[in-house]
Design a protein around this ligand. Structure first.
Ligand code: NAD
Length: 244
């Protein structure tokens, strides 16, 4: 019952990491707004939550649609009175070397992976400030720190999320709001994905490896943690496996 009476709003919660976060938060008695670009997937997440006795509602939301973000968040704030926990999870983008980029590919990726985080937070933050409570949890990536070949816009977005989160932590602390990042390494969100190599834990990461940290950051146990970037990658970024 760690999140009793809390309302959580999660983007991209129809699959993978976002779905796991939604299920966990609902299992701790949060009321969860499960949002996704694919409404059928969001409804599937809600079905799982309700089957486990939790409380959730599915909403269509494409996080690249700025007016839709604004109106959905306004609607939920009107109906439920508050959003206590915001999980900016949806992200992704175009892959390819810098010489094959164009402005459209760049803008599309930044819109999905960085601007969306800014816009969702902007729509929620004033209400959190009034309530003197908020937990903002942003899903970045290890590549936001390290960079990765063929992913310049995605890496720029994920790196941007980390520094933006630190800034928000400083700005929002006086209002009882924490802002933190989780940076997953390679997580097998789909059955066919496998990434054991280079990982000290000797297995692929799974969405369930991320949800626990999100739940912790949302809980009262993490009320003194802000501006942090929690890397969850099975030790992958420690150094190459096999090096002495
Ligand atoms: P996933 O593909 O399993 O799920 C993503 C969900 O987001 C899907 O339900 C999809 O419909 C939804 N979505 C996609 N575009 C959207 C949009 N424009 N608006 C709203 N919803 C949208 O992905 P995942 O692996 O769970 O990744 C979730 C987050 O974790 C992303 O931000 C991703 O960048 C980050 N991440 C993933 C990994 C990994 O290895 N899987 C590693 C580091 C970071």
């Amino acid at each position: 019952m760690k999140l009793k009476d809390k309302t959580a709003f999660i983007t991209g919660a129809g699959h993978g990491i976002g779905r796991d976060i939604a299920i966990r938060m609902a299992s701790e008695k949060a009321m969860v707004a499960v949002t996704d670009r694919d409404l059928a997937l969001a409804e599937e997440t809600v079905k799982i939550i309700r089957a486990n006795g939790g409380s959730a509602e599915a909403f269509h939301l494409d996080v690249t649609d700025a007016p839709a973000i604004k109106s959905l968040i306004a609607k939920i704030l009107k109906e439920s009175g508050k959003i206590d926990i915001l999980v900016n999870n949806a992200g992704g983008g175009w892959n390819g070397p810098i010489w094959e980029y164009d402005e459209e590919k760049w803008n599309r990726t930044i819109s999905l992976s960085l601007t969306s985080v800014f816009l969702c937070t902007l729509s929620v933050v004033k209400s959190m400030m009034e309530n003197k409570f908020g937990r903002i949890i942003n899903i970045s990536s290890v590549v936001g720190v390290s960079g990765k070949k063929h992913r310049s816009a995605y890496c720029a977005a994920k790196g941007g999320i980390i520094s933006m989160t630190k800034t928000w932590a400083m700005e929002l602390a006086p209002f009882g709001i924490t802002a933190n990042c989780i940076s997953p390494g390679a997580i097998a969100s789909y059955e066919h994905m496998k990434w054991e190599e280079g990982c000290w834990m000797g297995r692929s990461g799974k969405p369930e490896d991320i949800g626990g940290a999100a739940l912790f950051l949302a809980s009262s146990e993490a009320s003194f943690i802000t501006g942090q970037n929690i890397v969850i990658d099975g030790g992958r970024t420690l150094g190459l496996k096999g090096d002495s």
